[in-house]
Design a protein around this ligand. Sequence first.
Ligand code: AMP
Ligand code: ZN
Length: 429
Amino acid sequence: MDHRFIPNLTDEKIADKQLEGLKWTAAHAYQGSPFYRSSMKEQGMEPGDIKTLDDIRKLPFTTAEDLKDGYPMPLLSVPEADVVRIHGSSGTTGKRKILAYTQNDIDVWKDMFARCYELAGLTVTDRVQICVGYGLWTAGVGFQLGCERFGAMALPVGPGLLEIQLQMLTDLKSTCLCSTASMALLMSEEVQKQGLADKIALKKVIFGAETHTPKMRKQFEEALGLEHSFDILGMTELYGPGTGLECMAHEGMHYWADIFIMEILDPDTLEPVAPGEVGEMVLTSLKKEASPLIRYRTHDLTRFIPGTCSCGLNMPRVDKIMGRSDDMFIFRGVNIYPGQIGSVLEGFGELSAEYQISLTRREGLDHMSVRVERLPGSGDGNDENLAKTVANEIRKHILVRSEVKIVGTGTLPRSFAKAKRVQDDRSEE
Ligand code: AMP
Ligand code: ZN
């Protein structure tokens, strides 16, 4: 394969780069960061103990709690004068995270992101409409940097601003849209509503930042007349978006294993799960200078996809992120991930991908209600039956009782960013 940005690496070469990067990162963090130095000492190890890739297991874990403790410059491993930028995230679970970048960090990120556009099959004549947050967030600036590095045309609209988005789609003929899956769904509904489908030239959507369901994806792919859509991997702690992307084979996301190491561990035992099993993604950066990551527990759940990809690219793959281990809620003693409800709804052709779970407590007992939208164009005649069937399926698969309500298209709140699926109003009694 002839690539401008994606390196052509054998497994051995990737492993060499990983070992070299791991040794460098451990030594750099030990030297530069009092936090990492003391956490390595506590673990009874020092950087010189890293001799093989397996020795990664000697390194201590880093958690979101550690980021909070080090606020506002957690994990800083270089003199402040070398920091050229910071980014922040509210954190998917509500904890503010601020991470620092050196110029070299920005350059690595930019090249890595350019690889993503290349993997998605874009060329320099593509027009990339970026509909994610600019500012403190990593999203907007990440998509933008990568796009400019790659050489395509960036249309930096930001999230929301529906009218401007549609104008860009129809007047500038954007060919690639970058957004959350929720936002892509919202835009596709608007394109349909305003009858713009044959006035736009979109071919691809790159979506990320939140979990999606195949149904959601199919819905916007069809409504926008896409050739492909691609799930993108990323988090503020590890540069931002662009750390991995689906290829055109759509058999999972390739991630850039020469830039970071991914482990998938059992969240309870912190031991590796069996190949192909679901576990928590744990990340170690190999080149990050300002805020390196050492065995950072992401709480994101996914699995490795074994084997080589039919696209021919030799970079390991992970499945889409299925949820976060801290997204889980406990309902009447049962551990539930919102995505499990989403999966049950997948089976119903009459229902859309939009749903919301609401948890309340009445007289000491928890109640769950699930509201789900009808597909546009389908009538409400069958709602009651459908609701019963869905509730039965939920009971069958997740073993809990719920009250299901089918609502009209467009009733549930839409999101320009990450959709919030669970409303938990059970107050502590
Ligand atoms: P942030 O802290 O704002 O950078 O968001 C990072 C978090 O968003 C990750 O830890 C994931 O929980 C979630 N996330 C990012 N990309 C995806 C994706 N493609 N699919 C599912 N969840 C994602
Ligand atoms: Zn592939």
